[in-house]
Design a protein around this ligand. Structure first.
Ligand code: MIC
Ligand code: SF4
Length: 645
């Protein structure tokens, strides 16, 4: 039987387990990336595990999320991270250099390598043919220390591409089509592998847009083959020597195949408030727009912004629209400046934003109340923009630029018959001066810790019994943005006691006070949820802060991959209703107990939650691997790793 490219890479990196879909496997991680919002905790945990040197091939510590620096907190985090990178041997990317995923594709991504990042959009590097996955910071810390990463051997879904995109239809529309088909839930432990003759029509930045936003489907990652176009891109980045071919065998097998004829696609949008709420642009055309923001790790490549510049050239943004443009990297910005495109963007009345996450994570450029904001980013969860009632639509750069000029949503196909051609440059403008390479650090410095840097909290080992209350009951599709808001709260990432006061802030402002009160009475908190709990970001704070507030179990109809791993890593027991209808047998505030929890987890026997208030027994599934059991018994990965060493 022929092999697909996913299993070729997995096989080459396998360190434990059998490569059969559904089994837990351990793989070697070649490269890691962290960003500042998750990286501080990752490096603090690296230290707490007693590790003293990065052992994988490459670790890059990027600063791109918290770059606003109102108050000392962000700058202190940056200093901590720079000193930790120098001390432990990681490459450090200074604030302003660009967004981690854009930079990693440009300067470090290598086909056939594994990359683990403490950010859910790490699969962006799947566009260059790397097996790139998002994970919690502590998993990345383990990988930086040379340890394996554990995952469920995935099902592989082939997205078979035929044809080529018509004019004004973009890579963004391809992934929106995939989201329309697969939605944001139900794809746990699947990988999207792209193939077919249409692949050759897409360049690496376009592929990276597609793999980036595969994260919204909840797949483990998305992956393209590595071919002549990959080689051309890497040569233009002066990294041709790292190129290797990666292609599926002709008779490769897949668990499912979804065929897209690129030529039949049209401009699409993800309407409020989910990346899975796909609509045709023609159906929203004419909607008045207040704000247009172009950038983020999905659409901030040179190709994207040259396209935008070409549409804006010689024209002016509509008087009632604020247009903002954030470059993905300094390379993109410098090349736009040298080629004159930046003058077109400025001339059209755009506000130039920093080369950073910025608006995408809601720490700047929040829209006005009830405003319509068109964005080229990847997530439009309610409130993520910083404005609860804003209406955020996710679109391609083409739709964004055309709409900024018109003041309303425009189908870019009305701009003319012929497409804008943006060839891959023969050579990108390479200038790495905002990376600090560990080789250049001669004297390993002391690690600098400002007052915002706290020690990572550690959970107690799992107790004999669970006893407490259903502290909150939430519905379906609860994202980690609901659990642990980012935006204005992001600066508390390295200060868990303070950040914990904002858990479920938007959904239930009293949550933190209530949960802390239960914890202080010596009882456990239990979160009850519907389907697809923990969608979205990889932020382990969505487990770490609830843990700090005394949450010991989550009972849900289904839980997304990264979040489930994060719960286990912080000693919170994820439980799935054996019968989804039992969700109705628990109300918020009910007293819940499991008298023999520790023993049941230790031996893998069935767990039954008693609802003391309603007098019912609720069987739950706790299908853990031996490794996961031991982590839970130890009270989380930090304790477990210490026990092992
Ligand atoms: C996001 O896009 O939600 C983030 C912010 O990049 C997160 C990481 C974080 O919360 O720090 C992600 O995607 O994992
Ligand atoms: Fe940054 Fe947004 Fe990308 Fe997350 S999705 S890494 S916040 S640009």
């Amino acid at each position: 039987m022929g092999k697909n490219i996913t299993y070729k890479i997995l096989e080459a990196h396998l360190v434990s387990g059998t490569l059969e879909a559904g089994n837990e496997i351990g793989i070697r991680i070649d490269q890691t990336l962290t960003q500042d919002a998750t990286g501080t905790m990752a490096f603090l945990q690296f230290e707490a595990m007693g590790l003293d040197r990065v052992k994988n091939e490459l670790a890059v510590s990027y600063i791109d999320h918290n770059t606003v620096q109102i108050g000392f907190e962000n700058a202190d985090d940056h200093r901590y991270l720079q000193s930790a990178a120098a001390r432990f041997g990681a490459v450090f990317s200074k604030p302003g250099n660009g967004i981690c995923h854009q930079l990693h594709v440009e300067r470090f991504g290598i086909p056939c390598k594994t990359l683990l990042g403490s950010d859910s959009h790490t699969p962006t590097d799947g566009g260059i043919g790397a097996l790139a996955m998002g994970a919690g910071g502590i998993d990345v810390a383990v990988a930086m220390g040379g340890g394996p990463f554990y995952l469920t051997a995935p099902k592989v879904i082939k997205i078979h591409l035929e044809g080529a995109l018509p004019p004004w239809v973009a890579a963004k529309d391809v992934i929106l089509k995939v989201l329309e088909r697969y939605s944001t839930k139900g794809n746990v432990s699947c990988i999207f592998e792209y193939g077919g003759p249409g692949v050759a029509s897409l360049d690496v930045p376009e592929r990276a847009t597609i793999t980036n936003m595969g994260a919204e489907c909840g797949v483990t990652t998305s992956l393209f083959p590595s071919d002549e176009r990959t080689k051309q891109f890497m040569e233009a980045q002066d990294r041709g020597g790292d190129w290797v071919e990666l292609k599926a065998d002709d008779d490769a097998e897949y668990d499912d195949i979804f065929t897209i004829d690129l030529a039949t696609l049209e401009p699409l949008t993800a309407a409020p408030h989910s990346p899975g709420n796909i609509k045709r642009i023609v159906d929203v055309a004419g909607l008045k727009v207040n704000q247009v923001l172009i950038g983020s790790c999905t659409n901030s490549s040179l190709r994207d912004l040259k396209t935008v510049a070409a549409i804006l050239r010689g024209k002016t943004t509509h008087p009632s629209v604020t247009l903002g443009v954030a470059h993905g990297s300094r390379q993109v910005m410098r090349m736009l400046a040298k080629d004159g495109d930046l003058a077109d963007i400025i001339g059209a009345g755009a506000r130039l934003l920093e080369n950073a996450c910025g608006f995408c994570i809601g720490n700047s450029m929040s829209p006005g109340s009830g405003e319509v904001s068109l964005r080229t980013s990847n997530r439009n969860f309610e409130g993520r923009s910083g404005t609860r009632d804003a209406q955020v639509y996710l679109v391609s750069p083409e739709v964004a630029a055309a709409s900024a000029l018109a003041g309303e949503v425009v189908d870019p196909r009305t701009l003319g018959e012929s497409a804008i051609e943006i060839p891959t440059p023969d050579r990108y403008d390479i200038e790495d001066s905002m990376f600090v390479f560990p080789e250049s650090v001669t004297d390993a410095p002391d690690i600098e810790r400002g007052p915002n840097i706290g020690a990572p909290p550690i959970a107690d080992p799992l107790g004999e019994t669970l006893g407490g209350v259903a502290v909150i009951k939430v519905g379906d599709n609860i994202t980690t943005d609901h659990i642990m808001p980012a935006g204005a709260r992001l600066k508390y990432r390295s200060n868990v006691p303070t950040y914990s006061t904002f858990v479920f802030e938007m959904t239930d402002p009293d949550f933190a006070t209530r949960a802390a009160a239960t914890r202080d009475q010596g009882l456990h908190n239990v979160i009850v949820a519907g389907q697809s709990y923990g969608q979205g970001s990889s932020r382990e704070h969505a487990a770490l802060c609830p843990m700090y507030l005394g949450v010991k179990a989550v009972i849900a109809q289904s839980i997304e991959r990264i979040h489930e791993a994060n719960l286990i890593n912080f000693g919170i027991v994820p439980m799935l209703f054996s019968d989804a209808a039992d969700y109705d047998k628990v109300a918020q505030g009910d007293a819940l107990s499991v008298p023999n929890l520790r023993e049941a987890i230790a031996v893998g026997s069935p767990v039954v939650v008693r609802n003391e208030t309603q007098g019912v027994a609720i069987p739950v599934q706790t299908d853990f691997t031996d490794r996961q059991r031991h982590i839970l018994l130890a009270g989380g990965l930090l304790n477990y790793t210490k026990e092992q060493s």
